[in-house]
Design a protein around this ligand. Sequence first.
Ligand SMILES: Nc1ncnc2c1ncn2[C@@H]1O[C@H](COP(=O)(O)OP(=O)(O)OP(=O)(O)O)[C@@H](O)[C@H]1O
Ligand SMILES: [Mg+2]
Length: 198
Amino acid sequence: MDIYAPKGHMVIDIGGGTTDFGILSLGDVVLSKSIKVAGDYFDRQIIDHVKTIHKLEIGTQTAESIKIKLASLTGPLPSDDEGIALTHTAMGQDLVSGLPRQAVIGAEEIRQVLLYCFEAIKSILLSTLEETPPELAGDLVDNGILLGGGYSQIDGICDYFEAIAQVPVTISDALMTAVVDGCKKLLKLNTNHFFGEL
Ligand SMILES: Nc1ncnc2c1ncn2[C@@H]1O[C@H](COP(=O)(O)OP(=O)(O)OP(=O)(O)O)[C@@H](O)[C@H]1O
Ligand SMILES: [Mg+2]
C-alpha cells in the first residue's frame, strides 16, 4: 500500500488487545480509532458462554483454541472433509460438582458469540467511515479496506466487512508482520532522508 499517495486508504488491525482503525493519506494518519474488542475479549466471551450454556469452567488456552478452530462470521460453518460442521471437545471443570468434565462446543454457537462481539467493531467501523473526509472516503471505493492482525484470519471476515462498508476488503499477505515491516521501511526512509543512503 502506497501510504504516501494523495489517496485515502483504510486499515483495520484485529489484534489481541485492540482492534484499530486507520484512515491514511499522504503518509499521515488522517483518522484513527481503537476499541478494546479483539482476540482476548473474544476468549473471555467464549469462557462466559461455555460457563452459561454448558455449565463448564474452561481456561483461556482452551477458549483460544475454540476461537481459532471454530471461528467463522459468514457463509458455511467450518466443516470436516465430509462436510460435517466442526466441533471442539473442551475439557474443563463442572461448575456444580467441581469435577473434571468435557463438553462438545459447536461452530454455530461460536459464530453467535463472535457476531455479538463484532457488533461493537461494526459500530466503530461505521463511525470511522462517517467521519472520513469525503474525498478520501471516495478513494476507498477503489482502494478498499486492508485487514491485518492475528484475528483477521478467521473465515468470512472479508464478506462480513464488505457487507457493512460496501467496499472491497482484502487481508494483508503479511498480516502478522505488516506493522513491524512498515516500521522498518519508515525507519529506512527517514534515515535516508536525514543522513543520505547508508
Ligand atoms: N490462525 C489464527 N486464526 C485466528 N486467530 C488467530 C490465529 N493466530 C493467532 N490468532 C489470534 O490473534 C490474536 C493476536 O493477534 P496479533 O498478534 O495481531 O496481536 P497483537 O499485535 O499482539 O495485539 P495488539 O495489536 O492488540 O497489541 C490472538 O487473539 C490470537 O488468538
Ligand atoms: Mg498488533
